[in-house]
Design a protein around this ligand. Structure first.
Ligand code: NIG
Ligand code: FE
Length: 414
């Protein structure tokens, strides 16, 4: 049986509420409990309230007690879009980008994703697992308790499976919860150059039926000179038929209509969206597609940010994620993500918390079990070293997470 924990005297507990995505105006509503307490049993939140209230019902003697005086408790963060399983690095390409060469130019020169495909093929499974483990350990120190990870650095059956297998192994022996996404349509591999349709058919006929039980989601990089709207639709319809949930890298660099496609197919989320059209935003809202924004990528690529403020004002459910990957955005820094969301994209602090907790959970189809501090949900929570959630973006780029509790166990003591 898992150890039981009783957290008392927290200056503040702050959390969104409920078991589904929060849309538009709802995003700014946080439930705040001053002088709060939480009882955790068997990895689940058993009770939550004021310290006085819970001390009258539960005895300190029965628990490991954490005194959170002067500190804030939040739900664990959900990083719902990353590419954390890969071999090799692209520091050289990054230096070209600093000198003005664009991400797509590098891709067209045979660099970019294809570069990481080469090194991921060469990296043995055990090594990929150990690299992944170190990255998960570091993410957890930032308060992340659930992470999504994508394949897409194999582009052949064996290497795609190797990436998904690495995530499966890590999810069984690392405390982090991992949600796997198949992203075989991340780039067209060299051997299919000029035969893009054949690669799409290969994914549909040969790969999807073999990976649908290894990944919960299927994603496509729907982008000019990568996969068209029509090709993306074919792949995602097949994935849906096989019982997978859908995501899209949509309207990142060129306005192709990816957000509209996400709405049409009932995708769980559409991600990036720097160039999403008004119609696309409307389609996401109408079809309950989570708009997952990745401002660290826009920052790294020196692109303008997605219209997050406007999306919320128009009633969308926005999630925030890091997009950690070896190329366009080498960061899993939650403090950086927060800073960009609040300072540059003008989300309020409350909205940013919702975006990184319950809406991140909803973007992974997990809002019923994580993302808020509600009785019966998993005991995934973060304790900050300061007395209010408002200290998060105020500490620009500084990690103020003190402890992380995952499934009812202390996994980080910073
Ligand atoms: O989400 N845009 C496409 N895919 C990734 C980048 C992958 C890479 O550059 O390795 C992204 O930014
Ligand atoms: Fe991505």
């Amino acid at each position: 049986m898992k150890k039981s924990i009783f957290i008392i005297n927290a200056s503040q507990i702050a959390s969104s509420k409920g078991a589904k995505a929060r849309f538009g105006e709802e995003m700014k509503e946080l439930q705040i409990i001053e002088d709060g307490a939480v009882v955790i049993e068997e990895g689940i939140i058993k009770a939550i309230g004021t310290t006085e209230e819970l001390l009258s019902k539960y005895s300190k003697e029965d628990y490991e007690v954490i005194d959170a005086k002067g500190k804030t408790i939040l739900p664990g963060f959900v990083d719902s879009h990353t590419h954390f399983i890969f071999g090799g690095y692209r520091a050289e390409e990054f230096s070209w980008r600093l000198n003005g060469v664009s991400y797509m130019e590098i891709m067209e020169r045979g660099g970019g994703i294809i570069n990481t495909v080469r090194s991921t093929k060469e990296t043995p499974l055990e090594e990929l697992i150990e690299l992944g483990r170190k990255r998960l350990d570091s993410m957890m120190k930032f308060g992340v308790t659930t992470v999504e990870g994508k394949s897409g650095y194999g582009l052949d059956l064996d290497t795609e499976v190797k990436q998904l297998e690495a995530m499966r192994r890590l999810s069984s022996d690392h405390p982090m919860d991992i949600v796997s996404t198949f992203l075989g349509a991340h780039a067209v591999p060299k051997e299919y150059k000029g035969k893009e349709e054949e690669y799409v058919s290969f994914i549909i006929d040969e790969v999807l039926p073999k990976v649908n039980n290894l990944a919960e989601f299927c994603d496509v990089f729907c982008e000019k000179n990568v996969f068209s709207v029509e090709q993306s639709r074919r792949i995602l319809l097949k994935a849906k038929e096989l019982g997978m949930k859908l995501k899209l890298h949509a309207d990142e660099i060129v306005q192709l209509g990816g957000a509209e496609l996400a709405g049409e197919l009932g995708a769980t989320s559409a991600d990036h969206l720097l160039q999403a059209s008004d119609k696309g935003i409307e389609s996401m809202r109408e079809n309950d597609v989570i708009a997952t924004l990745l401002p660290c990528t826009a920052f790294s690529l020196r692109e303008s940010y997605a219209r997050g403020r406007e999306m919320i004002d128009r009633g969308c459910a926005v999630a925030l994620a890091t997009d950690f990957n070896p190329g366009s955005c080498f960061t899993y820094s939650i403090p950086l993500l927060f800073a960009l969301a609040c300072i540059e994209m003008r989300l309020t602090i409350e909205e940013a918390i919702t975006a990184l907790t319950i809406n991140g959970a909803a973007a992974l189809g997990k809002a019923h079990e994580i993302g808020t501090l509600d009785i019966g949900k998993k005991a995934d929570l973060v304790i900050l070293s300061y007395p209010s959630y408002k200290y998060i973006p105020y500490h620009v780029g500084i990690n103020i997470v003190e402890k992380v509790i995952k499934n009812g166990e202390i996994v980080v003591n910073n």
